[in-house]
Design a protein around this ligand. Structure first.
Ligand code: 5GP
Length: 198
């Protein structure tokens, strides 16, 4: 499994327990760190003290951390394997597009180095939430769930067609606060307890 940090860490760890097969070792979880930003000129109102540019959530993905496979036998270890990429939310899909493309590139280089012609490396994706909105900002029908055309980032069509993209929930255009990022979790727990049926 490859967890995209930080949001993918907790879901990946939970998934590992469900995917574990008796008699088999735990599935290794590798972490990659990606952050979304776009560069703006320093004259922009939100510009920082960094001359020439400022980071703003948006268009470009940078790696803050990449695979460390030194204990698993380097990239060659991924060749011919089934790899599950895990993140918490697929919003614009920019991050997932980047992760899939870069991982595919790295694996292909390793495959060529090995001269391996066997089973292809197969990438799948799991996210807790995928967001979709229609032009009026309303939640869209579940049938449109995995369509690339609704998203800025694109995933391989064969991945979508072969059900190798799984989202546990489809949501509208909302900001999701996950329990692991809440600094006031007791207050949330208290509110949840007050709700009927909890
Ligand atoms: P994307 O590249 O799909 O636009 O965004 C992916 C990343 O943005 C996620 O991994 C997550 O860190 C962050 N993100 C996007 N939408 C949300 C949201 O509703 N809640 C939280 N907590 N993070 C989000």
């Amino acid at each position: 499994m490859i967890a995209i940090g930080g949001g993918g860490y907790v879901p990946a760890r939970i998934l590992r327990s469900f995917l574990k097969q008796t008699e088999s070792p735990n599935i290794p979880i590798q972490a990659i760190g990606l952050s979304l930003y776009e560069q703006l000129p320093s004259t922009h109102p939100s510009a920082s003290s960094t001359p020439g540019e400022v980071e703003q959530l948006g268009a470009k993905v940078t790696r803050t951390q990449w695979l460390d496979l030194s204990s698993l036998g380097e990239m060659e270890n991924l060749v011919g394997k089934r790899i599950l990429i895990v993140d918490e939310v697929d919003d614009t899909r920019t991050t997932l597009e980047y992760a899939v493309k870069e991982l595919q590139k790295d694996v292909e280089i390793a495959r060529q180095k090995l001269g391996y012609e066997g089973e292809k490396t197969v990438f799948s994706i799991f996210v807790l939430h995928v967001s979709f909105t229609n032009p009026r900002g309303k939640r869209v029908l579940i049938e449109t769930q995995n369509k690339n055309k609704e998203k800025k980032g694109q995933l391989p069509e064969d991945m979508l067609n072969q059900d190798r993209y799984l989202a546990a929930r489809t949501v509208g255009d909302v900001w999701i606060c996950y329990p692991w990022e809440a600094t006031d979790i007791e207050a949330h727990d208290a509110m949840a307890l007050k709700q009927s049926g909890v």
